[in-house]
Design a protein around this ligand. Structure first.
Ligand code: PMP
Length: 284
């Protein structure tokens, strides 16, 4: 049986009745998180829950549960579906209403959660991936983890159509992030990444990497850089909950160059695994 978390119940998927009037369906009016499970334990659960509530608040969705109640529901769900290593997807839409752009603020949010299998990314982590550099055509509130991801899915498709695993996006103001990841460059023992403002999603993995960098006393510069800087990077990597840290071995598209999977990226990957082990008792 496939179980789904639906509001405060865990149901067989066949019993989940999503309304055709759900505003998530009409407008992409909702927010989400993907939370990793290692060795039956959630990793950075509080950080994901905090970001979910922040994203919801930014679009005036009030999640109808206390954080602890939602966390308890997620724990119950994880136990029910017996996730050992994988992820849990959780989304909150504004709720059900007659189709109208205008929300009334009285809608009752709809919560949906389900488990996602482990993606098996170890080969990418070792060998790196190609990334397609293309214009960032998304809106100006990329800090909100919205389920409305058209700009992201279009960029991801474009990357795959050019034999790349990820799209790296840039604006006039500089390189922002990947279509579903954050981007870091390494030059001269220093990490470079876009600041956490409205133009990127402040990834939880990104935040973990910044904490690791501080522990390792690696310098970090959080400033936008023009896409031409990609040509001079010693190393580059992308980060996300499902990828962890994946090196970029080549940029294609509007910038074309190749890079080595370098020592700083490897050091960070190692430190990230140690952190996972420490926080989840996982022997990865
Ligand atoms: N940026 C975007 C646009 C993303 O979709 C994601 C992954 N959801 C990330 C960054 C990385 O975020 P996290 O490390 O929290 O998964």
């Amino acid at each position: 049986m496939t179980y789904v978390l639906f509001n405060d119940s865990i149901l067989d998927e066949a019993d989940v009745a999503i309304s055709y009037k759900d505003r998530g369906y009409h407008f992409g009016d909702g927010v989400y998180e993907v939370i990793r499970v290692y060795n039956e334990e959630f990793f950075t659960l509080d950080e994901h829950i905090n970001r979910l509530y922040e994203s919801a608040a930014k679009i005036e969705i009030t999640i109808p549960y206390e954080k602890n109640a939602l966390k308890a529901m997620l724990h119950e769900y994880k136990t029910k579906v017996q996730t050992v290593n994988g992820s849990i997807y959780l989304q909150v839409t504004r709720g059900v209403a007659d189709r109208n752009h205008l929300y009334t603020k009285d809608e009752v949010p709809v919560i949906l959660g389900f488990d996602l299998p482990d993606k098996g990314v170890s080969q990418k982590q070792e060998q790196g991936v190609a990334a397609y550099v293309t214009e960032d055509v998304r809106w100006l509130r990329c800090d909100i983890k919205s389920i409305n991801l058209l700009g992201n899915v279009m960029a991801k498709r474009k990357a795959y159509d050019h034999d790349c695993d990820e799209a790296i996006l840039y604006r006039d103001s500089g390189v922002t992030e990947g279509s579903s990841s954050n981007l870091f460059l390494v030059n001269n023992q220093t990490l470079y990444t876009h600041p956490a403002n409205n133009l990127i999603l402040n990834g939880i993995t990104r935040q973990e990497i910044l904490a690791i960098a501080s522990e390792l006393e690696l310098a970090v510069i959080e400033e936008p850089f023009p896409k031409e800087v990609l040509l001079h990077a010693e190393e580059a990597f992308i980060s996300s909950t499902s990828l962890e840290i994946v090196p970029v071995h080549s940029f294609k598209g509007d910038i074309e160059t190749t890079l080595n999977v370098g020592p700083v990226t490897k050091k960070l990957q190692y430190a990230f695994q140690e952190r996972v082990t420490k926080k989840t008792n996982a022997s990865v």
